[in-house]
Structure formats: structure tokens, C-alpha cells
Design a protein around this ligand. Structure first.
Ligand code: SF4
Length: 381
């Protein structure tokens, strides 16, 4: 189980998820950021088998091998242990982060950005595809910064010189014939280069861009890597090139010092941007984060009220966007009989498409007949 410990809401969510996994499976190894809170996990869930910190694959593997006999399979031996259903897999391209967002403690736990060599990433991707994976989810702390630390060094992918850079990586992944979905992309100028690849169908038209806020002053207090000024313009340009693009984002409301006017600015951004998928956290101070020292903390009830107003608006936007899909036929990757995901739905965080039939790991075309605020309902064609 991989956990995220950068804000308190996420800590509680991770603890709950550990409890659920213990109930369902009984055998749980905890890894990820929350792993550094060893005592908290042990006191809440004494039955977990092992706890490791972030980026500690050897410790995870030895805990897994200690509690489960290692299978003899040439494919799984090649790719190590996969922690997701067999038809999709997370592809981690780098570790750490060069930014210092004031609400986040990831850089202090994981250090600065370290990009994996492009040849190694592509080898892992090819092995996963050979093992039957149909969807690769590209993850990191900052996918758009891939290769910055190695000055975009050239590696070799199937004998071809290829730069360690997001666009080149997307192009190479796009040749594998599976779905490729990008997470944690910051709206740097070079992100524009991957939108045509989405329009051409080489990678999924899906961009997970954590904007976090829309007020320039709050973004500055957060020390976010990208400014909000041109964001709406950029979104418009992306949609002009790739009308089908799904844009997912996350936001924090109630950040220290956030005024009503700044919150209203965020709501009007939301209205204007018409994002497809949105997550929203009420700000919670995490131990060790620089933002704790900022003045004018927003009172808890006000944070919650703002979160509720934010979500009410976004639910309407999401519902309208999903309603617009009624009557269309969408290609869906089936996760289990009756449930699948279209290009607009990342596993575990977005909605799903529901229908009758289908087998896990196959692609089906589904005619959409109905929608609610999160999910679509249809008929297999
Ligand atoms: S970009 Fe900011 S929020 Fe994301 S990992 Fe880096 S410091 Fe944390």
C-alpha cells in the first residue's frame, strides 16, 4: 500500500485505506510518505506486516518476500511486484522535487528531483506491456520536470537516441500501443508540446494538472511553480488543439490568509475553466511545512464552508460535462465486469463507466445513455 503524507487529510485517508486493506486482505505492507510516521501507523493498525519509508523498494520487496513466497514467473521476475490489477500499472519516472511549495513536506522527505534514465523507464514500460498491461499511468512528483536534473541527457531507446524529457518520453510511450495517461503535470510552456500527441491519439487526451489555487497572491504564498495569469489562455489553447482533452486538477481552499475575495477569485476561475475532474482539500497544517508559520489562519468552519461551496459549484460543472457525453460511444477499458473507464477516467480518483457485461482488461465500445455528477452509464456496442 503506497501512502501520501503531505497533508493531514491525506494522512487520515491513508490510515483509513490501511484499515480497509487489512479488513479485505489481512496482509498489508505500508510504504510511501506516511511510512515515516511509523509509530502512528503501528498504534492505529498493529497488524500491518511491515512499514517502510518513501522510495524504499528493497525494503518493500524484502517484506513482501518474507511474508509471501516469491513466484517463479519469468515476466513477474522481470518487472518485480506490481501492486495494481494486472491491466494497468503506474510508471514512476522520477523521485523527489525541486520545488518548495509551502504546504508540502515531500521535498524534505524525498529530496530534490532525480529522474530515472529514459532507457530504464522505457524498458520497464515495455516489460509491463509484454506482461499484459493495457494502461500505463505516468507518475512522479512533477512529471513536466522530467530530465531537468540530468540536463535532458540523451539515452537510447530501441537503439534510437532519445532525450530524457517529457515530450520525448510521451512520444516513445505512445509507440507501445497501450493507453498512456499523464499525472502531476505543471503547466510549463513545454507542456503544450504533448497536446498534439493527445490530439493524434498517441497518448490519452488527459492531463492531471494540480493548479491548487487561482489567486496570484495565494499562489505566491504557496510558492507554486507556475503562475495563474496565463492558465485560462493555455487551457483554451489546449482545447482548441485537442477538443476531447480531459483536464483534472486539485485545489486547496482556506490556505492561511485566503480572503473572501481571493476565494471568490478561485470560484470564478473554476466557472471559467470548466475543468472536467476536480479534487478539493481544506487546508490543514502538516508538521514541518513552511506554511504553518504564515499569519491569518482561516478558521476551521470557514474552511469547510468554502470547501462545500467549491464542491457544489464543481459538481454542477462536472454533471454538465458528463451530461454532454450522452449519446456518444466511448472506448472503455474494462476493470471488472460491468465497470470500466474511458480516456477521461483515471483509476481510483475519477468516475467510471457502468454497463452490462465485459471482461476485465478488454476494451469495449460503450454507448452512453445516462450520467450523474461522477459516473456514466451505458450499453456495450
Ligand atoms: S511541486 Fe510542490 S506540492 Fe508537488 S511535490 Fe513538489 S513541493 Fe510538493
Amino acid at each position: 500500500m503506497n501512502t501520501c503524507g503531505f497533508i493531514d487529510a491525506a494522512v487520515q485517508e491513508s490510515l483509513d485505506a490501511i484499515g480497509e486493506a487489512l479488513d479485505e486482505n489481512g496482509k498489508v505492507v505500508v510504504t510511501g510518505c506516511l511510512g515515516v510516521k511509523h509509530d502512528l501507523i503501528k498504534s492505529t493498525h498493529p497488524k500491518v506486516l511491515a512499514i517502510t519509508g518513501p522510495h524504499d523498494t528493497p525494503a518493500v520487496m524484502s517484506a513482501v518476500h518474507e511474508h509471501l513466497p516469491k513466484p517463479h514467473d519469468p515476466y513477474t521476475d522481470l518487472i518485480g511486484v506490481k501492486l495494481t490489477p494486472p491491466h494497468y500499472a503506474y510508471l514512476k519516472i522520477s523521485e523527489g522535487c525541486n520545488h518548495r511549495c509551502t504546504f508540502c513536506i515531500i521535498p524534505s522527505m524525498r529530496g530534490d528531483l532525480v529522474s530515472r534514465p529514459i532507457a530504464e523507464v522505457m524498458q520497464e514500460a515495455e516489460n509491463l506491456v509484454k506482461a499484459g498491461v493495457k494502461e500505463l499511468l505516468v507518475i512522479s512528483q512533477d512529471t513536466s520536470a522530467y530530465g531537468v536534473d540530468v540536463k535532458y541527457r540523451t539515452g537510447f531507446v530501441r537503439g534510437r537516441p532519445t532525450k530524457t524529457r517529457m515530450t520525448e518520453l510521451c512520444r516513445a510511450l505512445g509507440e507501445l500501443g497501450v493507453w498512456v495517461r499523464l499525472h502531476y503535470v505543471y503547466p510549463y510552456p513545454h507542456v503544450d508540446e504533448v497536446i498534439p500527441l493527445m490530439a493524434e491519439g498517441r497518448i490519452l487526451p488527459y492531463l492531471d494538472v494540480p493548479f491548487q489555487h487561482a489567486s496570484p497572491r495565494i499562489l505566491k504564498l504557496m510558492k507554486r511553480p507556475a503562475s495563474a495569469e496565463k492558465v485560462l489562455e493555455r487551457i483554451r489553447a489546449w482545447r482548441a488543439i485537442c477538443p476531447d482533452i480531459t483536464i483534472r486538477s486539485t485545489f486547496i481552499v482556506g490556505f492561511p490568509g485566503e480572503t473572501e475575495a481571493e476565494f471568490a477569485e478561485l470560484l470564478s476561475f473554476l466557472e471559467e475553466a470548466q475543468l472536467d475532474r476536480v479534487g478539493c482539500f481544506a487546508y490543514s497544517p502538516v508538521e514541518g511545512a513552511a506554511a504553518n508559520a504564515l499569519p491569518e489562519a482561516v478558521p476551521e468552519p470557514l474552511k469547510e464552508e468554502r470547501r462545500a461551496r467549491f464542491m457544489t459549484l464543481q459538481e454542477r460543472i462536472s454533471a454538465d460535462k458528463l451530461k454532454a457525453k450522452i449519446g456518444r460511444t466511448l472506448k472503455v477499458l474494462v476493470d471488472e465486469p460491468g465497470v470500466g473507464r474511458s480516456s477521461a477516467d483515471a483509476p481510483e480518483i475519477d468516475g467510471v463507466v457502468k454497463f452490462r457485461g465485459g471482461n476485465a482488461a478488454e476494451f469495449r465500445n460503450v454507448l452512453i445513455e445516462r450520467a450523474d455528477a461522477h459516473d456514466l452509464f451505458g450499453r456495450v456496442q
